[in-house]
Design a protein around this ligand. Structure first.
Ligand code: IMP
Ligand code: MG
Length: 198
C-alpha cells in the first residue's frame, strides 16, 4: 500500500513523526510476549488437569481480560463455554468504595456450573469479591478465579486467586488487554507506564 491510500503524502509524513506504539519510550517492559505465553501454557495445563471430567464455563471480565482469555482458552484442552461480563466499580476520588454495578450480564444461567472467572488484574479485590459472591448466590456449583496479574500490596478484600500468572509491585501497568484511558490494550507485552501524562 502506498501513501495515497492514507490520503496523500502530508498525512503519511505526519505518521512518520509518531513513535511506533510498541517501542513507546514511556513503557518499561515487565513481562515479554514470550514470558506471558509460557505462563499461560502452564496455567492452561493446570486448569485442564484440575477440571478433567467437567465442562467449565469461563467468564471473561470485559474489557481487560479479553486478550488473556483468548490465549488461555486455547491452552485448555477440555469442552468449555465462554461468557462475558462487564462491571463498573464506583469510587470517590482515588478510592474504590466496593460498590459495584453489572454493566453487561451473562446470557446464560450458572446454576450447577463450574465457573472459572478470568480477569486481567486483581488490585483492591473489591470488584472480584463482589462478582464471585454474586455467582455463588446464583447457584454456581464452584467458582474459581484465574488472573494474569496480582497487585497484592493493594489488596483491601482478600480474593483467592486459583490460577495466577504473575505477582507485580504497586505500579500502573498496561498492555496485553490492560489499558490506560482505553489506550495500550494492544501491546503484546505487559509494561509499566512510566508517566501517564505523556
Ligand atoms: P479491583 O481489584 O476491584 O481494585 O479492580 C481491578 C480492576 O482495576 C482491573 O480489572 C483493572 O480494570 C483495573 N486496574 C487495576 N490496576 C490496574 C493497572 O495497573 N493497570 C490497568 N488497570 C488496572
Ligand atoms: Mg478489568
Amino acid at each position: 500500500m502506498n501513501a495515497t491510500h492514507f490520503g496523500g503524502s502530508d498525512l503519511s509524513s505526519s505518521f512518520a513523526l509518531q513513535p511506533a506504539e510498541f517501542e513507546n519510550p514511556n513503557l518499561e517492559v515487565l513481562f515479554s510476549a514470550a514470558q506471558i505465553a509460557a505462563r499461560v501454557e502452564e496455567l492452561g495445563a493446570n486448569i485442564s488437569r484440575d477440571y478433567a471430567g467437567s465442562a467449565p464455563l469461563l467468564i471473561g471480565v470485559l474489557k481487560g481480560a479479553c486478550v488473556f482469555l483468548s490465549d488461555l482458552m486455547r491452552a485448555i484442552d477440555l469442552p468449555l463455554a465462554v461468557e462475558f461480563m462487564a462491571i463498573s466499580s464506583y469510587g470517590t476520588g482515588m478510592r474504590s468504595t466496593g460498590e459495584v454495578r453489572i454493566i453487561k450480564d451473562l446470557d446464560t444461567a450458572v446454576d450447577g456450573r463450574d465457573i472459572l472467572v478470568v480477569e486481567d488484574i486483581i488490585d483492591t479485590g473489591l470488584t472480584l469479591s463482589y462478582l464471585i459472591s454474586t455467582l455463588h448466590a446464583r447457584g454456581a456449583r464452584t467458582v474459581k478465579l484465574a488472573a494474569l496479574l496480582d497487585k497484592h500490596e493493594r489488596r483491601e478484600r482478600e480474593v483467592p486467586i486459583d490460577y495466577k500468572g504473575f505477582t507485580i509491585p504497586d505500579a500502573f501497568v498496561v498492555g496485553y488487554g490492560l489499558d490506560y484511558a482505553e489506550r495500550y490494550r494492544n501491546l503484546p507485552f505487559v509494561a509499566v507506564l512510566k508517566n501517564p501524562y505523556n
